[in-house]
Design a protein around this ligand. Structure first.
Ligand SMILES: Cc1ncc(C[n+]2csc(CCOP(=O)(O)OP(=O)(O)O)c2C)c(N)n1
Ligand SMILES: [Mg+2]
Length: 344
């Protein structure tokens, strides 16, 4: 497994810093924002002001380290549902995400200039779309790359295998970013696949596969940049398996204490990706308590502003449930719309 930082935030094997400190600091800011959103969104859900929410807690290095390898002006992001910081980094405003979670898809719509698909709950269904977009970019002679995310649970779906196969054949510029967080709701990794390494599956599709310490921001960013560069150079797809751990519930409907060994969670906490980057930056004279307070204050204000904006947004009218699905309604949908609006 590729690693650059040990759990104490020290560079392994005398490695040279692969990224400049400002860049790592920027990564840490996104990670802290993500964790603060997890806490706020969970509280809002408990108050009945937000629908179901899936926290990123524990997986911040995997999501942020990979997304930092993208260029939002030409690369596409195709998420599952546990990649909120990557979506924000790609230009999707936080208040719009909150609006989706409040059941307002009209105001939560992805702006046209944000190169991103909506979150996907039907497991692995996003992966053939990701390959389609990547292949399309290639056919149009564009140099964009697609980064698509999914869990180890989703990687047991047929869509994953079909998407990898097609991507390998047409050399689609796509990076398959598998977040192996050890859980698919209550199903543990060892019941998910007999394969010792999920990254090894890549060989069967003619693409490189790499296993990376998903709680190591620097290592994740390095392998992601390599995969993006490869795709951009026309060399085709890659599979990255980020080994991480879901340190919270699956989503706000779940109670992991029913199925998770507390010792396992404790062990995961010792590898907390945020503490690791903070220790690394501290060692480089870039992080202290004062800075942490400043970051936390700014993040809290950013979230307050997004929540306030989401709460002020207009509520959609009933007929808008037919919008933004098809360019033209099918005859049956058109009839349903007329009926709903009392148009006969
Ligand atoms: C096709 C399909 N089957 C089952 C489900 C129910 N389901 C929702 S999330 C989930 C677990 C997914 O695990 P994983 O892909 O590892 O992602 P994680 O939640 O761990 O990020 C399941 C089984 C679903 N949404 N879609
Ligand atoms: Mg999982």
């Amino acid at each position: 497994m590729f690693q650059l930082l040990d759990p104490a935030g020290r560079l392994r094997n005398g490695a040279k810093p692969p990224l400049d400190d400002e860049f790592v600091l920027e990564g840490l800011r996104w990670m802290l924002l993500s964790r603060a959103i997890d806490a706020r969104a969970t509280a809002l859900q408990r108050q009945g002001r937000l629908g179901v929410f899936s926290p990123v807690l524990g997986q911040e290095a995997a999501v942020v380290g990979s997304a930092l390898a993208l260029d939002p002006s030409r690369d596409w992001l195709v998420p599952q549902y546990r990649e909120l910081p990557a979506m924000l980094m790609h230009g999707y405003p936080l208040h719009k995400h909150l609006l989706n979670l409040m059941g307002n898809p009209v105001e939560g719509r992805i702006p046209d200039d944000v190169l991103m698909l909506p979150t996907q709950v039907a497991l692995a269904a996003q992966l053939p779309h990701a390959v389609g977009i990547a292949w399309g970019l290639k056919l149009q002679g564009k140099d964009g790359v697609v980064m698509t995310y999914f869990g180890e649970g989703a990687s047991s779906e047929g869509d994953f295998h079909e998407a990898c196969n097609l991507a390998g054949v047409v050399k689609a510029p796509v990076v398959f970013f598998l977040q192996n967080n050890n859980w698919a709701i209550s199903t543990p990794r060892q019941l998910q696949s007999g394969a010792a390494s999920l990254a090894d599956r890549a060989a069967g599709y003619g693409m490189p596969g790499v296993q990376v310490d998903g709680n190591d921001l620097l290592a994740v960013n390095q392998v992601s940049r390599e995969a993006v560069a490869r795709a951009r150079a026309g060399e085709g797809p890659s599979l990255i398996e980020a080994i991480t751990y879901r340190m919270s519930f699956h989503n706000t409907t779940d109670n992991p204490s029913k199925y998770q060994d507390p010792a396992e969670l404790e062990a995961a906490r010792a590898r907390d990706p945020i503490a690791r980057v903070q220790a690394y930056l501290k060692g480089r004279g870039m992080w202290d308590e004062k800075r942490e307070q400043e970051f936390e204050q700014a993040i809290s204000e950013e979230i307050d502003a997004a929540v306030a904006k989401a709460q002020k947004a207009p509520v959609p009218n009933r007929s808008q449930i037919f919008d933004n699905v098809f360019a033209e309604l099918t005859p049956r949908q058109a009839a349903q719309r007329r009926e709903l609006l009392g148009e006969g």
